[in-house]
Design a protein around this ligand. Sequence first.
Ligand code: ATP
Ligand code: SF4
Ligand code: MG
Length: 346
Amino acid sequence: MTSVVEETTLRRPAETATLLDVQQLVVEYGFGARATRAVDGVDLSIHEGEIVGLAGESGCGKTTVASAVVQILRPPGRIAGGSILFRGENLVGKSAEELRRFRWRNVSIVFQSAMNALNPVMRVGDQFVDAIRAHERIDKGRALRRAAELLELVGIDPRRARAYPHELSGGMRQRVIIAIALALNPELIVMDEPTTALDVVVQREILQQVEALRRDFGFAVLFITHDLSLLLEFADRIAIMYAGELVETAPAERLGTNPRHPYTQRLLQSFPPLSGPLERLSGIPGSPPDLRDPPSGCRFHPRCPHCGPERPELYGRQTTERPVLREVEPGHRVACHLVEEEEEVA
Ligand SMILES: Nc1ncnc2c1ncn2[C@@H]1O[C@H](COP(=O)(O)OP(=O)(O)OP(=O)(O)O)[C@@H](O)[C@H]1O
Ligand code: SF4
Ligand SMILES: [Mg+2]
């Protein structure tokens, strides 16, 4: 087992070059008064070789961010503002052909539904060959050899290249999907809830594998999940999303030990600890807002335990003024009026 010290040194420093830089991203579904603003002013950067986790309750906009980053939003979804810089180049406004080339060369996507996306009547090896040859001119024999190597990398006997998807377990199919995602040596892999359909042990195994592969290949990962405890274990940095906005971003260790936003604190309390005694878990009272008509001011205020008229000045800001992300420590940013006040006093 790796010691804590080794684990810390293995984690990627954020000083490497910025790969992806999402700035003030706004994504809407539909138009006019009936539009849902699913993502509202999100800033998110990912450095080379970094694993960044994105977490938040269902419907907060995680998949919408992922779809915008890899430019696969479908109508009625559209980018209504902001930019998505990949190595400094803005993807927003690029032509369909430019995007097609960009997508597989630089970014691979593993969606949860991809579990079922393997072609059921095609041998696994041939699915690699198709994926590779759609982008590279190499003969079938070489593509099959690469498929065998990739299968081995994700812990599958290369002879299984001859298998059909139904002959593999759920966990193996998911590894195949990850191996296909690696086939073109992308710089960024976006994984949107890639393992939630699987049991916890398999989830952890797959993430361990992704982390090991990342060390060998150097790709970065945007990992989206409900399971914050998994991110605490595997991510370098974590971004917490609530109702279309980022409310806190921090290095994983720091977020786990010193979460500052009341929503992050609640979210952490709703997961069992990785070690130590099992405490009673408290859920988050209430439900996320309807994004067609989000609350004024801080979107979390109707559910926040620190929001009440006892402190009229703060209450006024919480209910009318939108908090913005501010740095409380290097690399740790929080969007909360209360935290801002605490920082001013400190
Ligand atoms: N095709 C669509 N048309 C209209 N609204 C949509 C569409 N897709 C998503 N939305 C809305 O956008 C918001 C964000 O959805 P999104 O799927 O990005 O959330 P999520 O955080 O990925 O949720 P989950 O954890 O359930 O996957 C939701 O309020 C949802 O209703
Ligand atoms: S700004 Fe106020 S209402 Fe919003 S999360 Fe912070 S303390 Fe709670
Ligand atoms: Mg989703």
